[in-house]
Ligand binder design. Structure first.
Ligand SMILES: [Zn+2]
Length: 388
């Protein structure tokens, strides 16, 4: 009994803070009285929760006021000028950083850091770029989210196997950056980051059952089922890119196997076709520009890649019965008609009842937005955990 009675007041306080945050995330900026009206909490409870959130830097008072009974009452909002979070996306061939407010809006354009050939150089470059973004007088950096491709052990916070960025294998970039920079850092698998981006800032707002297929240098998958991210035992779930799509004579995959889906259904696959045609090595970033500029005609190859992407789409529709499947890929920038082609081919391959229930949608969010959403969620959970 004593344990329950001592825990309960602290827990109730945290739940109230969570509720205040939720109202301000949805409606802010608001005065304390408006927060009380919106949340159904009492005025003293709101004042206490707001005071606690101001102290940890989550909220700030604004110049705007609400006139309550003839007296000006300052409005509060999620910290915009006095605190920031950083998002870092580790991707194939380049790394990006951005600074954002506590409601996820970027403070400016993303900073690009060139590719590194070893992990120590990568860490050093990220640390330097992060320090530049953190060097703002009067602004507290509350946390950093790091998006990482490949298999990420969420329990250990460590990259396990990244076929496309192998220098991160066995490393824990968020833990290492936290030690160097002295601020909390959260590691997210990149497909999971894209799910969060779509849910917080994209077209999946309020959706509890959706999937996101990420077709880039590799092929990743994030599943939100019943409002929760499907992680598997250690966060390794969703590696659709490494199911076998070509049983005989398939090309070698970064994972060591042959004929994996991502060897035929990715922009790397298109880059491979371009390399064969041009007689020189072309990477995934270059191939988009080459096709757009008309330097190489890959119409037939694009149709082939789209066909394999539709295999992935149909598999996800059949396996997970999502209400929506978001497809994130630079391939659609080459030719928007490819999206329609993928949808039509997926319709032919998927089970009709499952396909009829699923909207196929072009994703809007980015990995960088996902890293930002991830660290905000991480910090929110740390300050005011949600009861489930
Ligand atoms: Zn593979």
């Amino acid at each position: 009994m004593s344990a329950i009675t001592t825990i309960r007041p602290a827990l109730v306080g945290k739940l109230n803070e969570r509720q205040v945050l939720r109202v301000l995330q949805a409606r802010g900026p608001l005065s304390r009285a408006e927060v009380a009206r919106e949340s159904g909490l009492s005025a003293p409870t709101v004042s206490k929760a707001v005071a606690s959130l101001l102290k940890v830097g989550f909220l700030e008072e604004t110049d705007a006021v609400e006139l309550a009974r003839g007296r000006p009452a300052p409005k509060v909002r999620l910290a915009t000028d006095t605190a920031q979070v950083l998002g870092i996306a580790i991707d194939v061939g380049h790394y990006e950083l951005v600074s954002a407010t506590l409601d996820g809006s970027p403070h400016g354009p993303a900073v690009r850091v060139p590719a590194a050939h070893d992990y120590e150089t990568l860490l050093h470059a990220l640390e330097r770029a992060a320090r530049e973004l953190m060097d703002k007088p009067g602004v507290r950096t509350l946390g950093i989210g790091v998006s990482l491709p490949g298999l990420v052990d969420s329990r250990a916070g460590r990259g396990v196997l990244s076929p496309n960025v192998p220098i991160t294998n066995g490393h824990a970039p968020a833990t290492d950056l936290e030690a160097r920079l002295g601020v909390p850092c959260a590691l997210l698998q990149e497909s999971h980051a894209l799910c969060l981006a779509e849910r917080h800032y994209g077209l999946a707002k309020g959706m509890d059952d959706f999937a996101l297929l990420d077709v880039g240098a590799g092929v990743g998958l994030g599943i939100i089922s019943g409002g929760r991210l499907l992680k598997g035992r250690s966060g390794l779930a969703g590696e659709i890119g490494h199911i076998t799509a070509v049983a005989q004579g398939g090309r070698k995959c970064g994972c060591g196997n042959t004929g994996c889906l991502e060897t035929v259904a990715s922009d790397s696959a298109l880059a491979w076709h371009a390399s064969q045609k041009l007689g020189r090595a072309v990477n995934a970033d270059e191939v988009i520009e080459l096709v757009q500029s008309g330097a190489v005609d890959l119409r037939a190859e694009l149709r082939e890649v789209a066909g394999f992407v539709s295999v992935g789409v149909a598999a996800v529709v059949n396996l997970f019965n999502p209400a929506a499947l978001f497809v994130h890929t630079p391939l659609f920038e080459i030719d928007p008609a490819l999206f329609d082609l993928v949808c039509e081919l997926a319709r032919q391959r998927a089970l009709p009842p499952s396909f009829a229930e699923c909207d196929i949608v072009r994703a809007k969010g980015s990995k960088l937005q996902g890293a930002v959403a991830g660290v905000i969620q991480h910090l929110t959970d740390a300050v005011a955990p949600e009861l489930v």
